[in-house]
Design a protein around this ligand. Structure first.
Ligand code: NAP
Length: 248
């Protein structure tokens, strides 16, 4: 949780002005206080930003989802969320009930799309079986150079069933690996290692990355990384340096 809400609001607003266009939050973060900060930052800037929030699994029964979403809308001070996610799989309600509540929110104009987060292969299979292809807006999962565990199964499944993958913690929570390969690829593009990490993760058009940055130089770098495209040979070298590990 940000120690100083006023400066958090200010850096978010400056980030949006620099071109950051995606805000990811959740009812869980500081028990709603982060949504309130985002709400203050969005004042007059709502149309520039894609806003995502999440319901916790223990609120994921039909009534709970509707209530949680309404509370999030109030804290964020917006009429509608662009995407609403189930934060992770829980036991409070069957998936079918949660998804029905999401559809209700959609038809009531409170959310534009809905999706899931931290879903493994079995959860995704069940989810897609319930609603079919191309309905779930995304599966938001941890994915960075040293944690590529989604690549063998979850990513291909999502790609096949038209569920975009959103990579959270794409910079390893700020622990960007020190590597001569990253340095040399970065140098040849006039880029930074962080930008190369983001370009590597988003080399697959089914993947989007949501780096968090409070430093404005980082915001600018991350926005610019969207223009960076790596050559096949660079991808191969990075792939060999940071292999997929079963448990990482
Ligand atoms: N669905 C879930 O369960 C879940 C779980 C965790 C996180 N998330 C979401 O994922 C988002 C990002 O994840 P995260 O904060 O865990 O990790 P992250 O984005 O991998 O790392 C954030 C850290 O990287 C630094 N950074 C950002 N851009 C940089 C750059 N260009 N060069 C060097 N350092 C840079 C930031 O520093 P500064 O702040 O100083 O700029 C910050 O310390 C969050 O917004 C969160 O909403 C979702």
């Amino acid at each position: 949780m940000e120690a100083n809400p006023a400066s958090a609001v200010e850096s978010l607003r400056r980030g949006i002005e620099e071109g950051a266009n995606h805000i990811d939050t959740a009812e869980m973060y500081a028990e709603g206080a982060v949504e309130e900060i985002v709400g203050r930052a969005l004042h007059g800037l709502r149309e520039k930003v894609f806003v995502v929030s999440k319901v916790q699994p223990f609120n994921a029964d039909h009534r709970g989802v509707i209530f949680s979403c309404e509370q999030s809308l109030k804290r964020l001070n917006v009429e509608i969320l662009d995407v609403y996610l189930l934060h992770w799989r829980g036991k409070k309600a069957p998936l079918e009930e949660t998804f029905r509540a999401f559809e209700r929110l959609k038809s009531d104009g409170k959310i534009r799309h809905w999706g899931v987060s931290n879903f493994g292969l079995k959860d995704m299979e069940e989810a897609v079986q319930l609603v079919g292809d191309g309905v779930i807006a995304c599966n938001q999962v941890v994915y960075h150079l040293e944690k590529r565990i989604i690549e063998p199964e979850i990513l291909p499944f999502c790609r096949k069933h038209k569920v975009p993958v959103v990579a959270y913690s794409p910079l390893g929570e700020g622990r960007i690996p020190k590597s001569p390969i990253l340095d040399s690829v970065a140098q040849s593009h006039g880029a930074t290692p962080a930008q190369v990490c983001l370009a590597f993760l988003t080399r697959d058009p089914a993947v989007f990355a949501i780096p968090k940055a409070s430093d404005l130089r980082h915001v600018r770098e991350n926005v610019r990384s969207m223009r960076l495209s790596l050559a096949e040979d660079e991808i191969r070298r990075i792939d060999a340096t940071f292999p997929i590990r079963k448990k990482s």
